[in-house]
Design a protein around this ligand. Structure first.
Ligand SMILES: [Zn+2]
Ligand SMILES: [Zn+2]
Length: 318
C-alpha cells in the first residue's frame, strides 16, 4: 500500500457491557445460628440480606458468578463493634462456618459462588503469625486486602473506624495520623496475602480529605502495588455518596493506568439490590480514561479447581 493512500476504515466502537459479577459483597449472618459475635444481642455481619438473597439477585441480574466477602476484622485489642472480633478462636469458628454456609447455599441455588473475606490487615507479628496459621485451614477462595481502622494508636482511643469515628475526632487529628493508614496499606501489599486491594482512598468518604491531599503517600502506595502487580478494586459505592466518584479517585486511577494495574469493579453491596450498583457509571469512566487492564478472579479459581458448574463466560476482558 502506498504511503498516504491508506483508507481509514472506521472501527466499530465496542460497547462494553457492565461487568457481570462482583467479588465484594456483604451478608447478614455469621453462619452460626444464635451466635453473638460481640457478646451483645446484635450478632451477624453488617450486610442486610442473606447469602441466598444475594445469590438470587445475582441470578436475576444474569450474572455468571459472584463472590461473597464478609468482614474479617480480628485483633485482641480491638474495641468491640459489630463483627469486630477480639478473640481469635471465636473468629476462626465464625469464619469457617461462613465458608460452609456459602458453599451450601451455592450448591442449593446451583450458582457459582466464591467464598471470600474482606480482611483488615494488622501490622502486628502476633496477628500475622495467627493469620498465616489459620488461613490455610479456612478454605476460602480469595481474600480482599482492606483497611478500615487506623489512628495514632490503632487499638487505643484514637482508633479511627471511618463512619463510626469520623465525627468523634477533629479532622485535623485524623489527618495528622493518616501516615499510619498508608504505611499499613504498603505493608499489606508487600505481604502478598491478598487477591486485590479494597477501596484504597476510603478516607475521602469520611471527609478526611477531598482527594487532593497525600499525593506523595498515594504514589508510594501505587509503587508498592506496581512491584506486587496487585489488582485494585474500583469500589462503586462512592457513586452513591456526595463524592459521585468511585474509590479510588480518578487521579489515582490515572496513576494506576500508568503502572498497568488490573482493576475489578466492586459494588461493596450490603443489600441484595445494591449488586452491580454504579457499574455502568464505572464502565463509562473507564472507557473515558481508556483504562484497558481488567481483573477476573473467576478464571484463576477455575484453574485452581476451586469452582465448578459454569462455562466461565463473563463480560470481562483481561
Ligand atoms: Zn470495606
Ligand atoms: Zn466491604
Amino acid at each position: 500500500m502506498l504511503k498516504g493512500s491508506r483508507t481509514l476504515t472506521k472501527q466499530p466502537s465496542v460497547k462494553r457491557l457492565p461487568q457481570n459479577f462482583s467479588y465484594h459483597t456483604h451478608t447478614n449472618a455469621t453462619g452460626i445460628r444464635g451466635f453473638d459475635a460481640c457478646d451483645h444481642p446484635d450478632p451477624g455481619y453488617d450486610g442486610v440480606n442473606s447469602i441466598r438473597e444475594l445469590i438470587r439477585q445475582a441470578k436475576a441480574l444474569g450474572w455468571t458468578h459472584m463472590g461473597i466477602s464478609n468482614h474479617f476484622i480480628v485483633h485482641p485489642d480491638i474495641r468491640p463493634h459489630l463483627c469486630f472480633f477480639n478473640d481469635f478462636k471465636k473468629a476462626e469458628t465464625v469464619f469457617k462456618s461462613t465458608v460452609e454456609t456459602i458453599r451450601t447455599a451455592a450448591e442449593e441455588e446451583d450458582f457459582p459462588v466464591l467464598a471470600g473475606f474482606e480482611v483488615d490487615y494488622f501490622r502486628d507479628p502476633k496477628w500475622e503469625k495467627w493469620f498465616e496459621r489459620f488461613v490455610p485451614t479456612l478454605g476460602a477462595d480469595y481474600l480482599i486486602g482492606s483497611t478500615h481502622v487506623w489512628g495514632k494508636d490503632e487499638t487505643g482511643p484514637l482508633f479511627f473506624d471511618g463512619r463510626n469515628n469520623a465525627k468523634a475526632y477533629p479532622v485535623e487529628d485524623v489527618r495528622a495520623n493518616m501516615g499510619l493508614y498508608f504505611e499499613r496499606q504498603k505493608a499489606m501489599i508487600r505481604t502478598g496475602y491478598f487477591d486485590f486491594l479494597a477501596h484504597m482512598d476510603v478516607q475521602r468518604r469520611y471527609g478526611v480529605e477531598d482527594g487532593t491531599l497525600f499525593q506523595d503517600e498515594k504514589k508510594a502506595v501505587i509503587e508498592e502495588i506496581k512491584k506486587a502487580n496487585m489488582p485494585v478494586e474500583i469500589n462503586t459505592s462512592g457513586f452513591g455518596t456526595k463524592l459521585e466518584e468511585p474509590h479510588p479517585s480518578i487521579w489515582i486511577l490515572e496513576e494506576l493506568k500508568k503502572a498497568k494495574i488490573p482493576v475489578v469493579l466492586s459494588d461493596d453491596a450490603h443489600y441484595a439490590n445494591s449488586l452491580g450498583a454504579g457499574f455502568e457509571k464505572a464502565e463509562v469512566l473507564l472507557e473515558r480514561i481508556r483504562y484497558p487492564y481488567r481483573f477476573n478472579l473467576f478464571r484463576k479459581c477455575v484453574a485452581k479447581g476451586r469452582i465448578h458448574g459454569s462455562d466461565g463466560k463473563t463480560n470481562d476482558i483481561d
